[in-house]
Write a protein that binds this ligand. Structure first.
Ligand code: GDP
Ligand code: MG
Length: 924
């Protein structure tokens, strides 16, 4: 390690190494062994004898498991190592994940006989997420039947192909070759006959391009010296910048009740009694004592240098996960509880006291998310599992003398989105101002929430941008289906605007929260439920039962291994149906079987409809989480509902362009980058009519049509802006509000109709006639005919989604000179622009004639126009009013089927053209 690198950072001499593993793999035993081998302890403790140096807590000694992250100091000649022993039991994995944030290096302990378990896979993913370099120690190789080659190949296939055996010397031919395969420049060097050097291996390891594996037995102290040697050769202390920074990863209390804030110094140094400050000055407190713990004992230091881990007393406000100084706050962990339990007091008067104690425990485990509903007198906590519940009960009793019982548990659901949307929020009561545009994209399952900014600093100052990101991170945003927290999304700040004088900090909080909710409302929302994975060792006589149990639960089960008597089965099922299966399992296998349950992840909920109904969550009636925005209208702050926000906002989202229906019929494909937009546009222009020509021609034809309609219906008034919006609002309301009976009736009639539908069915819609026959669309047409046309297409398309009729919407374009008949596909609807000199009725007449008597054809047209002759051909006529009624009915059904959330709402939201937007958002 060099003392200084190019970024003016200084190597610290301190290295933080975490030991991670599945419970019982031998972490604590390995830690003891490392302490002994480095001369830190004189005699070696045993977990089994309840005298391990690191399992200091009585509860840990009793159970033989590590519950709290513990540390030990190893002083080596070339460096000081802080060793963190982390809990392996899944119930305490969040504690382990928090420790990951301060690790320079990890030792992942694999139990040789068990191989790669579900828990190991989770650990691997977490290490990847936090980008921690990893050494693997394959333990318990003293046990019979463990095979090095076989385990190595399992590691390579299940974790990473770059897990390499580092038992031999670096110079060994095969290791050199395998290392070369991990990195291109090294491959060239190797092929040129130059040997790969240790410092190059160090770079590979720290870049997570190779994962050295060592084999041995912690209990027998075999292979541990080799592991230590490899760690010293290929990893080292990190380098830190001179400005002060620290990251708090854990809060606990010492036996005297002093609050300990555990932090890693990640820049500069921390002197005792110095003043520490939270983000935005939220708190200011003195660091009283700086303690360096090793096992149960500690030393006090006057100053903690960068790279050191210290427990600081005297801080009451800092939270686990918080950054101090140059460290910025980080995002939430991946792991979180899937169950929430009511806390039952002995008497209701105790509730406030219980809550107080639980809030103290929540400081130490923030994921407890203690929740108290005053009106209902309900107190609840989220927990990872049974063992954590027992520990919680015990902690409450020992620390506060309070006895608690747990009520029935319920599942913690989550929500995500299925398509990419832009969320917009605006907050502008008098003398306030903030606007935020967010790109919300579906993320990989298990990726959690990710935040980024793509906004230029000359558009929005960096400090405002940072504030917006803080607001995105600072709270769990409820989804719009059930109010469950959202997850697995990437949210990118596209653009935003502040006012020189009027913007205050709180304004961006409002605009950001509202933008998230607005985006969710316009997205396809998906309810997610936790899926559990059970790894079971099943006695032969119970195998059939286990397999059929999982089938019955709607899950899946797979035999992964079999050795005569015990068969290893991995089963997956939703947590909501699995319930207490582990208990049943233990009892029907008469204690012979073993079962380990881990969270596999969140997947789309198998009974989403049921859950959504039961939760009775109405996103628009959630006062804490508004979906709409506040705009200033004539000096007064006015609430604008979410679906109208895009037509009011002051800025263009910028990042994406929306393609016209003509180019693609898939809604989600319609948002493309500006670049793609230009390309597609060009391609379209090469066809017979250019975009512009077509738009221009349509405009001319529209003017002409307007005159015809005015002659028929009398003058169409250009409405006042407000009036037009009112019309739109009532329009949307009609399409949203419906009674349950209405919906059920609609569903019933649609089902009955579908049954009858043997014959092919066609619906021909005389486009402009309908536009002008429907009051709402007519008003819209007066402001912008294109918008009215697009709106009609959207509505008919949604309608078709249910009826299944082949649907053709015909628009007059007969005034377009040289215009050919132009048929576009939009979703499942055909949109026809008639050719030169052919009117819509002529087209419809021709089509009805062609379809003849073989199909059932309905024609929707207005009442006011002359009758067409087509009805002699056997086509059925449906009036504009009739179509309107039918659409409403179907729409309700659509909503009921929750397609509303994906299809319907999106169509409505997207119906506005750029021009129309401009009309509506002209700055007051
Ligand atoms: P942890 O839960 O990962 O901390 O695992 P422990 O260190 O508590 O060890 C779990 C059990 O495995 C204890 O009974 C240990 O004695 C045993 N154990 C640990 N290392 C070895 C080993 O190398 N070989 C064998 N056979 N047993 C071991
Ligand atoms: Mg342990």
């Amino acid at each position: 390690m060099t003392d200084k690198d190019q970024n003016n950072t200084v190597s610290s001499g301190y290295q933080t190494i975490g030991i991670l593993a599945h419970v019982d793999a031998g972490k604590t035993t390995l830690s003891e062994c490392l302490l002994y081998q480095t001369g830190m302890i004189r005699s070696i403790g045993r977990v089994d004898h309840r005298d391990a140096f690191l399992d200091t807590d009585q509860m840990e000694k009793d159970r033989g498991i590590t519950i709290f992250t513990k540390q030990a100091q190893l002083d080596l000649p070339d460096r000081k190592i802080t060793l963190l022993d982390t809990p392996g039991h899944v119930d305490f994995s969040p504690e382990m994940e928090r420790a990951l944030q301060v690790l320079d290096t990890a030792i992942l302990v694999i139990s040789g006989p068990d191989g790669v378990t579900g828990q190991v896979r989770i650990l691997w993913k977490l290490l990847e997420k936090h980008q921690v370099p990893v050494f693997l120690f394959i333990n318990k190789m003293d046990q019979p039947g463990t095979d090095r080659e076989q385990i190595l190949s399992e590691l390579q296939s299940a974790l990473d192909s770059r897990c390499l055996d580092f038992t031999g010397a670096l110079q060994a031919e095969n290791l050199q070759e395998e290392l070369a395969l991990c990195d291109e420049p090294l491959m060239e060097q190797y092929l040129a006959g130059e040997e790969i050097r240790p410092e190059q291996v160090g770079t590979l390891v720290s870049g997570r391009k190779v994962f050295p594996c060592c084999f041995g037995s912690a209990l027998k102290m075999e292979g541990v010296d080799l592991l230590l040697d490899r760690i010293r050769s290929y990893s080292g202390p990190a380098a830190y910048p001179p400005e002060f920074g620290a990251r708090v990863y854990k809060i606990s209390r010492d036996p005297q009740g002093n609050r300990l804030s555990w932090m890693k110094i990640t820049g500069g140094s921390l002197k005792v009694k110095s003043l520490l400050e939270g983000r935005d000055g939220s708190w200011q407190e003195k660091a009283d004592q700086l303690r360096v713990y090793s096992g149960n004992s500690f030393q006090m230091v006057q100053e903690a240098e960068a790279g050191m881990i210290v427990a600081v007393t005297g801080l009451s406000a800092v939270r686990a996960g918080e950054g101090i100084g140059r460290e910025k706050d980080h995002t939430e962990g991946v792991l979180s509880p899937v169950m929430t339990y009511a806390i039952l007091p002995d008497s209701p008067q105790e509730l406030p006291l219980l809550r107080k104690s639980l809030l103290l425990l929540e400081e130490e485990e923030p994921l407890l998310r203690v929740n108290y509903k005053e009106e209902k007198k309900e107190l609840s906590v989220q927990v990872m599992g049974r063992v954590q519940m027992e520990i919680l009960k015990q902690q409450m009793l020992e620390r506060f003398g309070q006895n608690i019982r747990f009520g029935p548990g319920s599942i913690v659901y989550r929500e995500t989105i299925g398509n990419t949307v832009v969320g917009m929020g605006h907050f502008e009561p008098l003398r306030h101002y903030a606007e935020v545009h967010l790109l919300m994209e579906p993320g990989e399952p298990g990726s959690g929430l990710q935040f980024a900014s793509r906004c230029k600093e000359d558009v929005l100052d960096r400090n405002w941008q940072r504030l917006i990101l803080t607001h995105l991170e600072e709270k769990s945003h409820p989804g719009v289906l059930t109010g469950s927290p959202i997850t697995d999304m990437k949210i990118t700040l596209l653009t935003g605007r502040a006012h020189e004088k009027h913007t205050e900090g709180g304004d961006f909080r409002q605009a950001t929260y509202r933008a998230v909710r607005q985006g969710l409302m316009s997205a396809e929302n998906i309810l997610l439920e936790p899926i559990l994975e059970c790894r079971m060792e099943v006695p032969a006589e119970n195998l059939g039962r286990v397999l059929s149990d999982f089938q019955r639960l709607g899950g899946s089960a797979e035999i992964t291994e079999s050795d005569g008597h015990l068969t290893t089965v991995t089963g997956c099922a939703p947590a909501s149906v699995l319930g207490d299966y582990a208990d049943d399992f233990i009892s029907f296998t008469k204690g012979e079987g073993r079962i380990v349950t881990t969270l596999k992840g969140y997947e789309p909920c198998h009974n989403a409809e049921e859950v959504i109904l039961e939760k009775m969550y109405d996103p628009e009636l959630d006062p804490e989480n508004p979906t709409g925005s506040v705009f200033c209208s004539h000096g007064v702050g006015t609430l604008v509902p979410w679906d109208l926000v895009p037509s009011y906002v002051h800025m263009d989202s910028g990042y994406q362009r929306k393609l016209p229906h003509a180019v693609t019929d898939r809604e989600e494909d319609r948002y493309v980058s500006a670049e793609t937009y230009e390309q597609l546009k060009k391609r379209e222009e090469e066809k017979h009519l250019t975009f512009k020509d077509r738009e221009r021609a349509r405009g001319a034809a529209n003017d002409e049509l307007m005159q015809i309609f005015e002659r028929t219906y009398g003058p169409v008034h250009k409405n006042e802006e407000e009036e037009d919006l009112q019309a739109r609002r009532s329009w949307r309301r009609q399409h949203r509000d419906f009674s349950a009976e209405q919906a059920a009736a609609a569903k019933h009639s649609a089902a009955a109709r579908r049954e009858k539908q043997q014959q092919e069915e066609y619906l021909l819609v005389d486009g402009y006639n309908i536009v002008f026959a429907w009051e709402d669309l007519k008003k819209l047409a007066a402001a912008n005919l294109d918008a009215a046309r697009d709106r009609l297409i959207d509505m008919i398309a949604a309608h078709q989604g249910i009826t299944g009729e082949t649907t053709i919407i015909v628009f007059d374009a007969y005034k377009v000179s040289g215009g050919r008949e132009n048929i576009l596909q939009y979703h499942n609807v055909h949109v026809v622009y008639t050719r030169e000199a052919e009117t819509a009725d002529q087209y419809i007449e021709k089509t009805v004639h062609k379809l003849g008597k073989s199909a059932r054809v309905r024609v929707a047209t207005s009442d006011g126009l002359e009758q067409m002759i087509i009805f002699g051909e056997g086509a059925q006529r449906i009036s504009a009013a009739g179509l309107y009624a039918e659409l409403q009915e179907k729409r309700q059904e659509l909503q009921e089927q929750q397609v509303e959330n994906s299809g319907g709402r999106v169509y409505l939201l997207d119906g506005l053209s750029e021009e129309e937007k401009k009309n509506l958002t002209a700055d007051p």
